[in-house]
Structure formats: structure tokens, C-alpha cells
Design a protein around this ligand. Structure first.
Ligand code: 5AD
Ligand code: SF4
Length: 450
């Protein structure tokens, strides 16, 4: 059993309430997931601590996008293993993308882990914790299914997806936002509009760990923004892997009670057909409509922004809404990933360098002052000096306020790791990374000065 908490840390409302330490790795989506988990567990009587040494339960919300992030989480798992072997009674849970990607193999490799919960199953975390707390800390013999909640590879488009999403949606809907605990003094918050991703860029693990693209209902999103504004939030960042592909077709997905339900998004090709259908009058809410609704219906939100945009299919309507709405930030995070058409094709990005530049020109024609940020991957398999030079010239061609530069990291389960050898030596990746950082620093200074 989990050790009893000390007298001083007992919750008044729930004696012996276990104390939880939660650490988050990776992206903003994970930060939001952690906030929801903390809210959910707090409502159930768990207490949270900022000191891992005080915790009965240690949860790592992990990221799988690059190997480095996984290694960091693994070293924490190792440290907890040492403490458990020294006799400390700790329940260790690995949640998030790494749990989903590694699955039960992870628990076999690291027997100190008591529970695994993927990002698409976080609504089940209290049940898993309860099971572990009731039946005792792990031993090799009881690696039971009741400590593991993963979508598994069969989650894509199965008949049960809708039900799973509906239950996961409850986690967002029951959000207990505490302005005192939130970042930036509680004035700023994330709101998810889309889960998962359908794009399958060849290097990326996200479609495998977070599952298919599912759009939340516009009403739920607007309601959440309103609730946050009522609690004093003035800045909201809408989250999705490819926010501009947000599209909700009304009347096609209902819960058994007749409410509108989250909806699986169309793939890249189907998106254009669906967007065309919306212009023919099908009752849809596009990304532009959604931005407009939030801006008009929740005016207390003084700064509305969104990440991440996909360089394809950003409509003029969405750009116009941005330009015309004073409380929507003229900011785009729109990753180019590479400036070479050959590499973009191998990455399955679905656009060319010329199309990317055309989009930037179009965005600037609507918003001459727009701030543009992006992501670049260096050292993708087969990337030559010539390809790299094209990426450098892309950076010079766009007034990027900022670019996050990443060294390619082969990820298990992706197309790229199977299809291409990771043939760019690490020292070359490092050099290209440093060169781009230096170039971006010059560009940022220039943009800032202007
Ligand atoms: N290796 C390096 N960078 C990656 N990214 C995603 N997958 C990988 C990978 N396998 C980067 C992309 C993406 C950002 C979130 O992380 O640039 O936009
Ligand atoms: Fe990954 Fe591409 Fe989806 Fe972004 S758009 S999450 S890079 S697959």
C-alpha cells in the first residue's frame, strides 16, 4: 500500500489523501493535459506537491516527439526506481505519449512503473490510480491490465472511437480552472480545439500517440473560453496540431442524449472537399468561423492566439478574421520544416517551398505587421548541403520572428525510421543546427529592430 502521508500534509477534507508530484515534458498540449489531470485529481481529493521527495504518487507526463525528451523522462524513472529499491513507497505512473508509444514493453523494462496511461485515455487515470492504491504497489506478478490504459494501434477509426472521445471530452468539459494555480498568474490559458493529427508527416510520432484528428464542438470551445474569461483569464491560446484544419460539420455526430459530439476530422485530401462543401451551404463551423465566434462572444478575452498552423489550406477567410478582429493576435506559428522541395516531399508535408512562400505573402497582404514563427528540422535523412542551403535561404526570405530548430530524431513507429537511414552524421546535424540558430538570431534582431 501507499505510505500514509504525514500529519501535516493531511487534507482536511480527505484524511490520508495521497500527495501527487506531476512533472510535464514536451509541448503545450502536454501542459494542458497536466493541468486537466491536476484539476481532475484535486477534485477527487488528491493533493499536489512541487517536491518529488514529498510525494506518494509520482506522475511523469511524457513526450515522444524527440528521443531527447524521452531520455529525460527515462532518467527520472530510473531515479524513482532507485528510491523504490531503497524501500520508499511510491506509486509511479508514466502518462502521455511515451506510455502510448512504448506500451506494456515499458513496464516490462522498468518494473518500478505501476501504471501507464496514454494521452487519449487520461480520463481513466483516477480509476487506474485507485486500482494501484487499493491493490498495492507493483510486483512482477501483478502486471494487471487494470493499471494500463492505452489506445493501442487499433484506435484509429474504430467503432468505439466516438465513445472514447466522448468520455475524454468530459475531462476538458469538467475543467476546474484555478486562476491561482495557473501559469502567468492565471491570466493566460490554453483551450484545446482539436486532438490528434491526420497528417502523417513521415518523421512524426504524434499521429501514432495522440491518434486521429478529432475536432471538439464549437459550443464546447466557446463555453470553455467564456468560463475562463469569467475567472479572470484575458489571454487564450487555442491548441491543435494543425489548427487551421479545424472543421465541424453540424448534425453529423451526436451523443445518445442528442448533444453534438467531438468529430473525427477529414484527412488532408478530404479536407478540401469538406471545405468546399461548407461553401456550398452545408452547416459547418470552419476555423475562421470559430475564431470569429470566440472573438465576438467572449470579448473579455483581450488576446486570442492559436498554435500550430499547417502551411496548407489556410483560408483567406481565416486571415481576414485575424486582420479584422482587434483582439486576435496577428501571430502565426507555421512550421516550414525545410526549404528544400526534395526534403519536404520525403517528409510528406504536402506543400512546396513556393507554396509556403506564397502563403506567407498572402498572410502579409492581409496583415502587414504579422509576426511569423516556425519550426525547422535539420539533418532529415539524405539532407545534402544543397538542401540545407535552401533552408537557409528560406529563413532569409521570410521575416521570421522566431524559429525552433530541431535535429532530426528517428522515432520508432514512423514511416521515416523504416524507410530512410538516419544518414546525416550527428556532428553535421549539430553544425547545421548551430548555423541556423545564428542566422535566426540575426533575422530576429532585424525583425525586432523594424
Ligand atoms: N525529429 C526532430 N524534430 C521533430 N519534430 C517532430 N518530429 C520530429 C523528429 N522526429 C519537430 C517538428 C515539429 C515540432 C513540434 O517538433 O519541427 O513541428
Ligand atoms: Fe506531426 Fe506533421 Fe501532425 Fe505536425 S502536422 S503533429 S509534424 S504529423
Amino acid at each position: 500500500m501507499v505510505k500514509a502521508t504525514s500529519e501535516s500534509s493531511l487534507s482536511e477534507s480527505r484524511p490520508n489523501a495521497p500527495t501527487v508530484y506531476l512533472e510535464t515534458f514536451g509541448c503545450q498540449m502536454n501542459e494542458l493535459d497536466s493541468e486537466l489531470v491536476e484539476g481532475h485529481l484535486t477534485a477527487l481529493g488528491y493533493r499536489f506537491t512541487k517536491r518529488v521527495g514529498d510525494a506518494d504518487i509520482v506522475l511523469y507526463n511524457t513526450c515522444s516527439v524527440r528521443e531527447q525528451a524521452e531520455n529525460k523522462a527515462l532518467s527520472r524513472v530510473g531515479q524513482i526506481g532507485i528510491r523504490k529499491r531503497e524501500g520508499h513507497r511510491i506509486v509511479l505512473g508514466v502518462i502521455g505519449c511515451m506510455a502510448e508509444r512504448e506500451g506494456t514493453a515499458m513496464i516490462r523494462k522498468y518494473p518500478q512503473i505501476d501504471l501507464l496511461c496514454g494521452p487519449g485515455e487520461l480520463d481513466k487515470l483516477p480509476m487506474l490510480l485507485d486500482n494501484v492504491l487499493r491493490t498495492g504497489a507493483s510486483t512482477d506478478a501483478d502486471r494487471a491490465i487494470d493499471r494500463i490504459a492505452l489506445q493501442g494501434s487499433n484506435a484509429r477509426r474504430t467503432g468505439t472511437l466516438q465513445a472514447a472521445e466522448d468520455s475524454l471530452e468530459m475531462l476538458d468539459l469538467s475543467r476546474a480552472f484555478d486562476p491561482d494555480r495557473a501559469e502567468a498568474g492565471g491570466r493566460s490559458a490554453y483551450v484545446r480545439i482539436t486532438r490528434g493529427c491526420n497528417k502523417f508527416c513521415t518523421y512524426c510520432v504524434v499521429p501514432h500517440t495522440r491518434g486521429p484528428e478529432v475536432h471538439r464542438t464549437p459550443d464546447a470551445i466557446v463555453e470553455e473560453c467564456r468560463m475562463l474569461a469569467d475567472r479572470g483569464v484575458i489571454e487564450i491560446t487555442l491548441l491543435g496540431q494543425t489548427v487551421n484544419h479545424y472543421l465541424y460539420t453540424h448534425g453529423s455526430a451526436l451523443t445518445i442524449e442528442g448533444r453534438e459530439a467531438p468529430q473525427v476530422g477529414p484527412g488532408l485530401k478530404a479536407f478540401r472537399q469538406s471545405a468546399a462543401a461548407s461553401s456550398l451551404g452545408a452547416r459547418t463551423t470552419t476555423f475562421a468561423d470559430l475564431l470569429h465566434r470566440i472573438h465576438e462572444e467572449v470579448p473579455a478575452v483581450q488576446r486570442l492566439r492559436f498554435v500550430t498552423s499547417y502551411p496548407r489550406d489556410f483560408t483567406d477567410d481565416a486571415l481576414r478574421v485575424m486582420a479584422e478582429s482587434p483582439r486576435i493576435c496577428n501571430y502565426l506559428h507555421v512550421p516550414a520544416q525545410s526549404g528544400s522541395d526534395r526534403i519536404l516531399k520525403l517528409m510528406n508535408r504536402g506543400y512546396t517551398r513556393a507554396e509556403y512562400l506564397e502563403f506567407i505573402d498572402r498572410a502579409r497582404s492581409f496583415m502587414p505587421d504579422v509576426s511569423i514563427a516556425g519550426d525547422i528540422i535539420v539533418g532529415f535523412p539524405t539532407e545534402t548541403e544543397e538542401d540545407f542551403e535552401l533552408t537557409r535561404s528560406l529563413l532569409r526570405a521570410v521575416p521570421f520572428k522566431n524559429n525552433f530548430i530541431f535535429k532530426y530524431s528517428p522515432r520508432p513507429g514512423t514511416v521515416a525510421i523504416d524507410r530512410f537511414e538516419d544518414d546525416v552524421p550527428d556532428e553535421v546535424k549539430r553544425r547545421r543546427n548551430n548555423e541556423l540558430l545564428a542566422l535566426q538570431a540575426e533575422i530576429s534582431a532585424d525583425v525586432h529592430a523594424r
